[in-house]
Design a protein around this ligand. Sequence first.
Ligand code: BES
Ligand code: ZN
Length: 883
Amino acid sequence: MDIARTPAAPDGNPYLADAAPQPQQPAEIRRADYRPFPWLVPATRLEFALGIETTRVIATLEVEPNPSADPARSIRLNGDGLTLVDLAVDGQQRTDDTIEGNDLVIALSPGRHEIRIVTDIMPARNSQLMGLYASNGMLCTQCEAEGFRRITFFPDRPDVLSTYTVVMRGPRGQFPILLSNGNEIATGEDGDNHWAEWHDPWPKPSYLFALVAGNLVARTDRFTTMSGREVTLNVWVREGDLARTEHAMESLKRSMKWDEEAFGREYDLDLFNIVAVSDFNMGAMENKGLNVFNTKYVLADVETATDGDFDAVEGVIAHEYFHNWSGNRITCRDWFQLSLKEGFTVLRDQLFSQDMGSAPVKRIEDVRILRGVQFPEDSGPLAHSIRPDSYREISNFYTSTIYNKGAEVIRMMRTMAGEERFRRGTDTYFTRHDGEAATCEEFVAAIEDGADLDLRQFRLWYSQAGTPRVTVTQSHEGTAACLTLRQSVPATPGQPDKQPMPIPLRLALFDRDTGAHAGEQLVVLDRAEQDFRFEGVEKPPVLSINRGFSAPVTIQRTIPREDLVFLAATDDDPFARFEAMQELVTGYLVTEITGNAGDDEREGALADIAGAVDKVLADPALDDLMRGELMMLPSQSYLAEQMEVADPGRIHAARELLKADLGGLLASQLRNAYDRVAGVPFSLDSAAKGARKVKTLVLTYLAASDAELAAELAARQYHGADNMTDRQGALMVLTGLDTAERTAALIDFYNRYRGNALVIDKWFALQAGSLHPQAIEHVKALAEHSDFTLDNPNRVRALYMAFAGNPQAFHAASGEGYRMIADLILALDPRNAQTAARFVPPLGRWRRIEPGRAGLMRGELERLAASPVLSRDTAEQVMRSLG
Ligand code: BES
Ligand code: ZN
């Protein structure tokens, strides 16, 4: 068989679509160029002869012309790294078709055809963890976004929906469990091999295909849906991990129930499988009926998982489950619409978690992520709108903007419509587009119709990047409070000029004597400048604005410190209370960092902050979870965002000094708080969780002001802990101190949990993220540790993401931190490009950093750019970061 190849094939197997040399700047794909695929693929049959070294795939595609596309005389099937063994169309072997780059282009006459493709793939050599790969002796797949083309030739795009039948055959001893999407419809034996046939009745895009084969055991349970369907639920793990699956299973059942109640969405198969895999690029994946998870988001017990881990498991399980409707039943037309499924599903998982625990605390946590990750993205070289116009490598667009800002944009629609009308909007969306590959525009139109909202101008949120700034000016006329609100959206790459967008702001006007307000109002600022007048307000009120963080914007206002102190103590909106604390501290720190305050001013401001924290510690109306939020200082990345050009050294120093000052000023109150919460016995209820949160937070203040006392308390907390939250919290504090207790605890922790990969990841991450002045040296040593490997993404992230997120170490003035991250990228890129590319953005912040460090960061980006062998993923991020 001789299939022609353009460009000319290199030596060797002419069918091997090995990577052509990559141009430095990969080709741009544009949203405006979308065309429907000329062919439909109503049915796909996949037969796998499974082997870790080699797996043979026989794919049979039924194809027919797409009536809603321009007719074509050929079909283009995507491939990536495949060895083509045989090709037949309608039973006739084909030899005269072409391989163009990575794609297989087959000439086809109009009408229905059957295409049969035989390919060989090599799972054990798949270090990218995309397509079919081996992990701990098992085989599993990851196809989103473009991994299916690494399994067989196929129109690997989300708007080609097909019904899949999958036959898996392999040695019974090696792969006792064979799973794919949908339901198992037949099994059989032949000799040492066995096989299973699975059928998924729901048409789906190739990115939702999944297969798992290995030696796994399941926790099994059942769920009865609202219409009475009995669903079998399995959580599959390796044998020793079964005891740590209870929380995942309970989370799954809660998610299924919640989606029925909150969104009217019911599960649609008789079986739902979750599989935990220890080598996984992402957190988890929503494959139809067969979700594949990073072990990190499945396994949890009190001994090895923190409260944060428990919450993360619940949230990720919910997220992937919710995709069954927002993503699977209705999928994306193209990858520019990614936020259609991800932004919406993030909103859904956030609302779920709000309902499962403390809603205000969850809201604050989500805002903290948005501000700490998405705001910097939006103000840097990688800024893009939630529906981008172009990309080069889609893996790079699974960003905080698509996810977190995407969720905020939909949340604003919900705020404007109110819960009930929003629900009518989502009902309209789900009914109208069920079974389709839809667009963000169609989503907005459905909400518009169902919720009866005018969203014409609101659509700008989908196309404009950048975080809007809202400036507030307040005045008083007789008995009217007047607000002038101005908005501006900053320029971002490729978008120099912006238009005003509708910004829904919840606000309340407080009487400063009574501490009450006359009711919350919602105003929508939709012009560049607008005046709002509130009658019947006797004296100038204290303004509480953007309550609940109703819009993802930055508020700029001059507000007297005493008003912030007032709001921090009395606002009845918990988010606004948190916000007032943040504003108080941020104002102080920014002045400290830029060196503009006189001594009196400084003393006064510090006293106000200490007074506010004191009230937070003492206020009996607060629960400890909320108390913890109010005690937390703004992150260094958030502080850096408040300045045109940031000096990470000064930010770090000022923030540490404030911690020390507060620790000193409030020494006895903090000590009392510690003793109180240390006495709360362990349980998983929110009061006890709150106690643990306050416990470790108090230690972080004491560590800055009285290291000896902190070391003593932390060591006692560490060794006496009966749960991972307390133990990890104490170890975190100790890791930042230069004491004997530090060494002892680190050795103990390692020996206690050696062999438990997820806990050893914590051991790496705590050291890499620590406040210890020698953190860089520790990271260098850990990179040489026998437990460190570049082949496991969790381990790589534990060491190096924690390091890149440790401002003091990463931004060392010598540039050593930057060099270490660049070296990591170069070493990791050939093995796992997707993971390597995720380390570029921290270096991309150079434009907003003081000139000395900026030059060093840029230098490392240039060194990366000079590498002749960069992957598409990393090349794109490096080029964009250099700008
Ligand atoms: N669909 C994604 C998984 C994914 C991400 C596949 C990127 C391919 C590329 C999944 O639904 C997801 O969003 N997972 C998140 C966790 C979630 C809770 C936000 C993840 O993996 O980080
Ligand atoms: Zn998702």
